[in-house]
Design a protein around this ligand. Sequence first.
Ligand SMILES: Cc1ncc(COP(=O)(O)O)c(C=O)c1O
Length: 343
Amino acid sequence: MPGRSPADLARELGLPEAIKLASNEVPYGPLPGVVEAVVEATAAVHRYPDLGVVELREALAEHYDVSPDRVATGCGSVALCEHLAKVTCLPGDEILYAWRSFEAYPIIAATTGATSVRVPNTGQHGHDLRSMSAAITDRTRMILVCNPNNPTGTTVRRAELDRFLDSVPDDVLVVLDEAYREFVTDDEVPDGLLAYGDRANVVVLRTMSKAWGLAGLRIGYLIASPEVAATVRKVVTPFSTNAVAQAAALAALRQADEVRRRCALVVAERERVTTAIRALVPDVPASQANFVWLPLGTASAEFGAACEKQGVIVRPFQGDGVRVTIGTPAENDAFLKAAATAL
Ligand SMILES: Cc1ncc(COP(=O)(O)O)c(C=O)c1O
């Protein structure tokens, strides 16, 4: 859910522009070479794309040092998550996840006919893996672990995730949703692929929407066992990784150094914003993603509306808190000013 349009808000407020810090995008524009690749690819848009997404899957496989048969791509990682639910669950089966977490999870479960089993987050806003483990039943088919967690930015660390995965039966699929992996700086937070890539029931879900700057072109991918990846490739909507998106993703993958540089800028700003906002909201948890979480509870909607009045769009989840994406330094300053007024 993308949040409201900054152009509409700017018009409404009579401002030259409004700032959108609501969808966890990176603010630095497309990576070098992406626009050119897109333009070149448009010359052939009367043709279908490569159904097997072979070149891109090979490039992803090389990037992560895995074999291409372990890779599947889709129209955003959210679509892959849906496909995974489809291949694992029949109506009445259970999908287990922490809550609050990514708002697409309940929708994905509902549309598959699966039952959502939500385990409340800890008082520190993170996954309660012990309770999640205790919530596994013989109907559980898929477990989603969002690391870092959207919208709270919290993480699960290596030792607790090891213990949790050991407690999960082999025939239950664990999806490590690592949409924000590139922003992680805590060494104790495992890279799901490096740490658990050898486990047949673990799927690592990643996206090019955030750090790789391709949200508008919709490219997600997963790395799993060859069997799971092949099953997902069979059910993926044909051609849903479109030709322009494939070309853009290939160009983006050549910019890994630039991605690292941009992520470092985001991380530096994340730390600055966290320190500054804690002067107003002391219990803001440490974030390992490209957003921060303000646990404002029932004041969330009002805070969101107050920020909007000042031209800054954030993402309130009424009753729980407000998620604020890290933008450019100037955008973050505008948010901090709006927050000081709002609070
Ligand atoms: C945790 C998480 N997973 C997956 C996604 C989906 O990303 P996309 O469908 O753009 O690849 C998002 C996007 O916000 C997210 O926050």
